[in-house]
Design a protein around this ligand. Structure first.
Ligand SMILES: Cc1cc2nc3c(=O)[nH]c(=O)nc-3n(C[C@H](O)[C@H](O)[C@H](O)COP(=O)(O)OP(=O)(O)OC[C@H]3O[C@@H](n4cnc5c(N)ncnc54)[C@H](O)[C@@H]3O)c2cc1C
Length: 390
């Protein structure tokens, strides 16, 4: 169906990865007229490459652990309740990679509210002997999502516009709106919307936001066929999914040296495969193994490892209003100048499928009901740090 370029969308989301797709889903359910733009197609970025394991972050504490625990519960229930055909549920067997990680796994077992046990001896017997030297835990519930399938399903009720956004500008109708930011229209290529949300992952930047630094970490994962029966999802040196009809997913590498937009040499797929298979074989012997498909993509991580959701500070206008901000003077966040009706959802690192439903719900509540966002997650935190440095 041809979409009229004259109509004004309530919200335009740029990027059809898991973050953009699930945000579109919640906004559409909240009654908004949503359009999602992606030049590469649905889940053509990091999301399409993901193994999409839904598992909690095993850590001793910290903000990311607290947020990811909450998100894990929320997102697992979300996928199971609303999209059960796109999630394969299995227990999780998590093993330390080395002795120095044992303490972290023990701490997690003792402090988590999740239903955690020690794995049975029978389960441990399927592993390579050396992998059993370390601390382990067994979690009743975890899952693997069909990454591309879920993004497509989330967008099924939403306008999808298969275009790379190259032009993004805001026409402010009322000078007052420069500070209050009310009456304005965003132009997205030839389309218009009242609100824009950037869900562009680690790919090209659309606006000059010098305070937002996103690291793209390249990853490679594979689908395999094997005669070995793997009854649970296993996480150790890499993640190995439970087998379904003799097939499993292995992922993923963390390659900080390769970047598709920066490297001149092509990515070496053979060495990525070799690394994945070597790491998997340290945990479990996979018999009659055949590689079915390779997936590669960038994860997008923030400098403090926490995800980023919320409104974006307009640097130029804020500095004009508060020139001393660059000399270290502090101002309350609500007094800074923000782009009118512009939000971001990004920085979900290696946990995008765990975090996205939880974050997108929070961002929807902000956009629709003006609910406040957790201060730790707002993009303005990076502006404050950047202004101090500059
Ligand atoms: C190999 C690998 C394995 C992973 N495994 C897991 C896992 O097991 N569990 C888990 O939870 N997470 C996993 N992740 C992480 C997860 O995939 C990411 O956190 C998640 O994909 C981020 O989603 P996103 O929507 O922010 O970004 P992306 O999926 O990268 O989407 C951004 C989209 O924006 C589009 N875009 C950018 N600029 C424009 C523009 N100007 N116009 C139009 N479109 C634009 C891009 O084409 C892209 O499709 C993995 C990642 C990788 C790479």
């Amino acid at each position: 169906m041809q979409i009229s370029k004259k109509s004004v969308f309530d919200i335009a989301i740029i990027g059809a990865g898991i973050n953009g797709s699930v945000l579109a889903y919640f906004l559409e359910k909240a009654g908004k007229k949503v359009a999602v733009f992606d030049g590469g197609g649905i889940a053509s970025g990091g999301s399409g490459a993901a193994g999409a394991f839904i598992s909690p972050k095993i850590a001793k504490g910290g903000d990311l652990k607290a947020i990811s625990d909450e998100a894990f519960d929320f997102s697992l229930a979300f996928y199971n309740n609303y999209f059960p055909e796109y999630i394969t549920s299995s227990p999780l067997l998590h093993l330390s990679k080395q002795a120095s990680e044992n303490e972290k796994v023990r701490y997690f077992k003792e402090h988590t509210s999740l239903h955690v046990n020690n794995p049975s001896e029978a389960l441990m017997d399927i592993l390579e002997p050396s992998s059993k030297d370390f601390e382990s835990l067994y979690l009743e519930k975890s899952g693997v999502v069909d990454a591309k399938g879920i993004c497509k399903a989330l967008l099924s009720g939403v306008e999808f516009i298969n275009e790379e956004v190259t032009e993004l500008s805001c026409v402010v109708r009322d000078e007052e709106a420069l500070l209050g930011c009310k009456d304005n229209i965003w132009h997205i290529n030839d389309y218009k919307a009242l609100h824009v949300c950037l869900a562009t992952g680690a790919y090209k930047k659309l606006l000059d936001l010098p305070y937002i630094a996103l690291r793209g970490v390249w990853g490679h994962r594979i689908d395999i066929e094997t005669s070995t029966i793997i009854p649970v999802n296993i996480h150790q040196y890499v993640s190995i999914s439970a087998t379904k009809k003799g097939k499993a997913a292995i992922g993923a590498t963390h390659d900080v040296h390769f970047h598709p937009q920066k490297n001149t040499q092509a990515y070496d797929i053979e060495s990525g495969r070799a690394e994945l298979l070597k790491k998997a074989s340290q945990t479990i012997k996979l018999s009659d193994l055949k590689i079915l498909k390779d997936y590669v993509g960038l994860r997008s991580g923030s400098n403090d490892y926490l995800p980023i959701i919320g409104s974006l500070v307009d640097v130029e206008k804020t500095i004009q209003k508060f020139p001393k901000i660059l000399k270290g003077k502090k101002h309350p966040r609500e007094e800074l100048c923000y782009y009118p009706n512009l939000s971001m959802i990004n920085g979900t690192g290696g946990y995008g499928f765990v975090l996205a439903p939880y974050l997108a719900k929070k961002l929807t509540d902000k956009i629709v009901k003006e609910k406040k966002i957790d201060k730790r997650l707002e993009p303005v935190r990076f502006f404050e740090r950047w202004a101090k440095r500059v």
